[in-house]
Design a binder for this molecule. Structure first.
Ligand SMILES: Nc1ncnc2c1ncn2[C@@H]1O[C@H](COP(=O)(O)OP(=O)(O)O)[C@@H](O)[C@H]1O
Ligand SMILES: [Mg+2]
Length: 270
């Protein structure tokens, strides 16, 4: 089932996104014990844009991403991807609807090869379980070949072609980040959520990452990027949401964010 078909199958209450809005979150809340990690956050993410979420450490950025992707369910609030109510849907269902993501703490299948890690990303849209791709039973060979070609294209896109047969565990840190991106892309996301993609990357790797994000955007993908590094965000974002202590601090264009006294105070105070 393609993500679009899946979306239509679940849309049932006549809700229509405002023009151009792919994702809408309304008054999202999440607490962990006494920590109110996300408090009354609302956001509209426009189709085809790069939407950045920034803020000091502990501001609730990853928690917000986890609410969007279904790792956590909100205590309160609403979320929709086009017409589809996301609240209550587990993460794997959201992946099928077109919400792909990477993690702040890299999560790869370390003992599998680079290629196998990307192949594992494909299984979400197939009835065939992931392990079948890895053992490539004969009956699945044609499907496997198609996925393999596509996986190799994704590896080329992230610059990991020469590393295809390498175990993920032996990749350098920056390469692991790019592999996570390739695996997320294998799930064919309409909305790609990436959490601190530049953390731990050197300057050349950051350049490459920015270039790839720009290319995905040029192809029409909508991207949410959580980032600690403000300079990076200013280069790629169309719109920026600033969080502090779980709360909304500011939202605007990169230029507006840079000129905001509240944002400057939060960062200098950090
Ligand atoms: N699973 C969890 N259990 C308990 N506390 C958590 C959990 N996840 C996040 N927190 C807390 O929520 C707050 C926001 O964390 P996080 O969303 O990771 O911030 P950011 O990504 O902006 O650095 C922090 O105080 C953090 O310790
Ligand atoms: Mg985080």
């Amino acid at each position: 089932m393609t993500p679009n078909v899946a979306a239509k199958a679940v849309a049932n209450d006549g809700w229509r996104a405002p023009d151009g809005v792919l994702f809408r979150g309304e008054c999202l809340n999440k607490s962990f014990g006494g920590v109110h990690a996300v408090r009354d956050i609302s956001l509209d993410i426009t189709q085809g844009s790069v939407f950045a979420i920034i803020g000091p450490n502990g501001a609730g950025k990853s928690t917000l991403l986890n609410l969007m992707s279904g790792i956590y369910q909100p205590d309160r609030g609403a979320m929709r991807l086009e017409g589809v109510d996301l609240v209550g849907l587990p993460a794997y269902r959201r992946v099928r609807l077109g919400l792909g993501r990477t993690f702040q703490k890299i999560r790869l299948f370390k003992h599998l090869t680079v290629l196998e890690n990307v192949l594992a990303g494909f299984h979400v849209h197939h009835r065939i379980p992931a392990w079948q791709y890895i053992v490539h039973a004969r009956v699945f060979q044609r499907d496997y070949a198609r996925c393999r070609d596509e996986a190799m294209r994704l590896l080329e896109f992230v610059g990991l072609t020469p590393r295809a047969a390498t175990p993920a565990a032996s990749l350098a840190y920056g390469e692991q980040r790019m592999l996570e991106l390739a695996r997320a892309l294998a799930t064919a996301p309409r909305l790609l959520l990436i959490d601190e993609p530049a953390a731990g990357l050197n300057a050349a790797e950051v350049e490459k990452l920015l270039d790839r994000i720009g290319r995905l955007r040029a192809r029409g993908m909508t991207i949410v990027v959580v980032e600690h590094n403000m300079d990076l965000v200013m280069q790629i974002a169309d719109r920026v949401l600033v969080m502090d202590y779980g709360q909304y601090l500011f939202e605007g264009s990169p230029a507006e964010v840079q000129a905001s006294p509240a944002v400057i105070a939060a960062y200098l105070g950090d």
